[in-house]
Design a protein around this ligand. Sequence first.
Ligand code: CP
Length: 317
Amino acid sequence: MKHFISVHDVTNIDVLVGKALEYKTHPLRDKLLGSGKRIGCLFLNPSMRTRLSTQIAAQNLGMEAIVFNVGAEGWTLEFEEGVIMNGSTVEHVKDAAPVLGNYFDILGIRTFPSLKNREEDYSEQYIQQFKKYAGIPLISLESATLHPLQSLADIMTIVEMVGSKQKPKIVLTWAPHVKPLPQCVANSFAQWITAWGKAEFVITHPEGYELDEQFTACATFTDHQDEALRDADFVYVKNWSSYKDYGKILCTDSSWMLDNKKLSNTNVARVMHCLPVRRNIEVSDEILDGVNSIVTLQAANRVWAAQAVLSEILKHN
Ligand code: CP
């Protein structure tokens, strides 16, 4: 593995999940693998889980991790080619990225979409520019359209719960939110579940919330949430803004929130969410504080997912 930007960078999901599960049992088994190496984690946007789990993962491999909150503390970066920089941006990525490529052995980047210009967001220009100009392996810490470290941890969590041989029914359900959110987590989860190919996969959302079809090839769809939830083994709850009417909130119907009543229709489903979650907007207190929720396990598994990815990159570069 050279870079980790999407599922397309992964040769075998089951092998990578197996590696993550091994690290969970033996966190320090490769404690010298990254000795003398350094990862730079650049955050153009806020984070708790991704930031801390990546740092712990690097530390477990003997690497130094340096976090730089570019969005809050760094120079404002410019990404347009050929632009006359007479506005608010201070430094071009073409100048900043090669410097970072000299400071670090691996670069991690978190960027969010604008949710204003779909073509621009879906071109992934920020992460692609860093990849082009840094000249070192690049890991997505969540990009404009995808969140692969989250998806790897999600599949690891599912495998951990059911074993890799079964074919669970997994439902991705849209939930309300007070702010327009990116499609990243939903896109990425759908992309990984499709590539994994070991689940019955249903996506349910109100009209107008259809995801980009490039990520949802193996899914079936319904706008009847109750129908989707029937016999589900896992319910992944997530809000996203509209892809079609780009970045817009089209539905505020609170009946889409997941609560215990809706779970009664499922196969004692485990409830997933990437966090942070808006309680009693996306998911009810009773679920998040109850036995069906595996959101903490999911977040804990972020460490082992990141460690497996860093390990693969260190071994092959
Ligand atoms: N799930 C996730 O990426 O969490 P953070 O935004 O806190 O990193």
